[in-house]
Design a protein around this ligand. Structure first.
Ligand code: KIV
Ligand code: NA
Length: 265
């Protein structure tokens, strides 16, 4: 399959074709999602909540994401792979962002990095872009700021709508190739989508965006709880549980392994 590249993302928006993005943190799921036709894979710092048991994204390090990003980029044949830059790896300024972004690009094979924030990180987006590193911006609810924002809450209501729109314009002027909009009122996300040239990718931002992203664990129904905006497209957690139970039962009963799964002398 032809690799999805930045100009394909832009062409999709220009033609009115929706982009489907999922998170992935390892080679197994990356290959499954890539084969399923997912256009963009995000090696998100949501790995902290979903896979590493941290509860938040804050403890996730560049080392964690480099390992995961290498696995995902190595497994994906078609998808455009984006890796988050984690909390603490870009806020200090353009030089820090550039060092983190360059390391991610050198060591993993991803096609872009993502950072959270608007005007406040425009200089970082410019520095990365000038170095040839595509940047995806992330506005609205930004989990790396969860303590400041008071947890996962809708952003951009009332007077904050204009500020969010200005942030979107600023990140695109700085060079962002796409903008993730998380937990933003649907009418505002639709307005931002019309105003900016590059694709918007929504999560809890309604149907007006150019694409959608979900955390795969939520999308596949891996856990009991998932956020309201994250539709469960499967019950993979239950399927995995029943496979594990069947395995345990057969081991205990002595019916596995049988002749097929054994080596003879
Ligand atoms: O880390 C992540 O999964 C994300 C998405 C929610 C956009 O940043
Ligand atoms: Na993230």
């Amino acid at each position: 399959p032809t690799r999805v590249r930045v100009h394909h993302l832009q062409a999709a928006k220009d033609r009115g074709e929706k982009l489907a993005m999922l998170t992935a943190y390892d080679a197994v799921t990356a290959r499954i999602f890539d084969d399923a036709g997912v256009d963009m894979l995000l090696v998100g710092d949501s790995v902290g909540n979903t896979m590493l048991g941290f509860g938040t994204t804050l403890p996730v390090t560049l080392d964690h994401l480099v390992v995961a990003a290498r696995a995902v980029a190595g497994a994906a044949r078609r998808a455009f792979v984006v890796a988050d830059l984690p909390f603490g790896s870009y806020e200090a300024g353009p030089e820090q962002a550039l060092a983190s972004g360059v390391r991610m690009m050198k060591e993993t094979g991803v096609s872009a990095v993502k950072i959270e924030g608007g005007v406040r990180v425009a200089a970082q987006i410019r520095a990365l872009t000038d170095a040839g590193i595509p940047v995806v911006a992330h506005l609205g609810y930004t989990p790396q700021s969860e303590h400041l924002l008071g947890g996962p809450r809708v952003q951009g209501r009332g007077d904050a709508a204009d500020v969010l729109q200005q942030d979107a314009v600023a990140v695109v002027e700085a060079g962002a190739v796409a903008v993730v909009l998380e937990m933003v009122p649907a009418p505002l996300a639709a307005r931002v989508t019309e105003v900016v040239r590059v694709p918007t990718i929504g999560i809890g931002a309604g149907e007006g965006c150019d694409g959608q992203v979900l955390v795969w664990v939520d999308m596949a129904g891996m856990t009991d709880w998932s956020p309201r905006f994250a539709k469960r497209f499967g019950e993979v957690g239950a399927a995995l549980s029943s496979a594990a139970r069947a395995y345990v039962d057969e081991v205990r009963a002595g019916t596995f392994p049988d002749a097929e799964h054994r080596f003879d002398a």
